[in-house]
Design a protein around this ligand. Structure first.
Ligand code: TXA
Ligand code: MG
Length: 351
């Protein structure tokens, strides 16, 4: 398939890019577009054939439902058939924003959008390019992350070019995604509401608005215990086999990386580390910097780029340093653990 590409960071391409993308959607095509979380691969959420093209292009299992994107808060009823008082509170507080709210599904959506579920996840992005695109389409847009299934989500234009060129009708290239991890998914079709996927909107932020503690149903993923490889679904995986280092001091993590990367066993290795370790890893390469351990916004925005970089440098094994849990770092830990074959709990290890 020929893919038309427009660079929305170039003002001379902006209007034509948005209008060509919207007409591709109207014709039943699929379009890659930027959002503040990750790039999405969109189709008309009311057109079942268009939606099935998304599953085909990504190689995504058809039992995994898609998020439906809208351009303005008042369009929520294009996707949902009912919005509870709690859902309205969250919509007012966090939409537009990096959150998806699970609500009863509108009958006008194609059934394959939600993999046959009676609920739908609704999202209103902040990113102006995303909103202009969705608004120009004049209909709700079903969109998963624009990666090939199983791979890290795309957060930069070059990532989507690599995964999706030739597999979709239009690619809208934008700026690097400012959040860099997918939206928080909150289930409001149950009481009390619960978090199905952690993201930049934390449980604390949700709890403050709803007036009760919003719990997570993915929590088991955050217990730093070493996990058996080969969990049922693989996600976010680079080619390299990833080791996550949790709860360690910079010195202890650097020492472990030095020791394991320094082994002469003919395997290509790479490290993805907080800036604080760089000085402790002199002579070790290649190394990708996540930024400071005190700067969650930056290390979250860089995680998927770092995992893809491991492929670029041809690593067979990679070591990645993890932050302490809490707030948006829970989302980092959740994605890193899914990308990892081995998680090492370094608490108690001093270097
Ligand atoms: O930030 C994001 O959410 C990005 C951008 C493009 O908006 N989209 C995204 O979509 O991450 P995707 O398809 O990669 O992830 C959607 C997640 C999946 O874990 C899916 O199982 C869950 O949302 N989900 C979707 N609809 C659901 C529903 N009705 N009930 C429960 N979970 C749902
Ligand atoms: Mg995804």
């Amino acid at each position: 398939m020929d893919t038309l590409t427009f660079d929305l960071t170039d003002p001379t391409q902006y209007e034509r890019g948005i209008s060509q993308a919207a007409s591709a959607i109207t014709r039943g095509g699929i379009v890659v577009f930027p959002t503040e979380t990750v790039y999405g691969l969109g189709a008309d959420a009311t057109n079942a054939d268009a939606v099935s093209s998304i599953f085909r292009a990504k190689g995504r299992p058809s039992d995994n439902p898609l998020i439906v994107h809208i351009a303005d808060r008042e369009d929520i009823f294009l996707a949902a058939s009912a919005v509870s008082a709690d859902a309205m509170k969250l919509a007012e507080a966090f939409m537009p924003g990096p959150v998806s709210i699970v609500l009863p599904k509108s009958p006008s959506l194609a059934d394959n959008v939600t993999a046959g579920l009676s609920t739908v996840a609704v999202r209103l992005p902040v990113c102006p390019e995303a909103r202009d695109f969705i608004r120009a389409c004049g209909r709700p847009i079903a969109a998963p992350s624009a990666n090939l299934s199983g791979k890290p989500s795309p957060t930069r234009a070059e990532h989507v070019m690599r995964d999706m060129e030739g597999r979709c009708d239009v690619i809208l290239k934008g700026y690097d995604c400012s959040v860099g991890l997918e939206s928080t998914v909150v289930d409001l079709s149950v009481t009390p509401a619960c978090i199905l996927r952690p993201g930049a909107i934390s449980s604390k932020m949700l709890s403050e608005v709803l007036g009760y503690e919003v719990r997570s149903s993915y929590r088991e993923k955050l217990t730093g215990a070493p996990k058996a490889p080969g969990m049922k679904y693989t996600h976010y995986k680079p080619e390299a086999s990833v080791t996550a280092l949790e709860r360690g001091t910079p010195a202890a993590m650097a020492e472990l990386i030095r020791e394991e990367m320094g082994r002469e066993d003919g395997i290509r290795k790479a490290a993805v580390v907080f800036e604080e370790l760089l000085g402790l890893l002199e002579g070790i390469s290649p190394v990708y910097s996540l930024g400071s351990v005190d700067d969650p916004v930056t290390y979250c925005a860089r995680l998927y780029d770092a995992l893809r970089w491991c492929d670029t440098v041809g690593a067979e094994k990679a070591w990645v340093t993890a932050p302490a849990p809490g707030g948006i770092s829970d989302a980092f830990l959740n994605r890193l653990e899914k990308a990892s074959d081995r998680v090492i709990d370094m608490s108690g290890k001093e270097a």
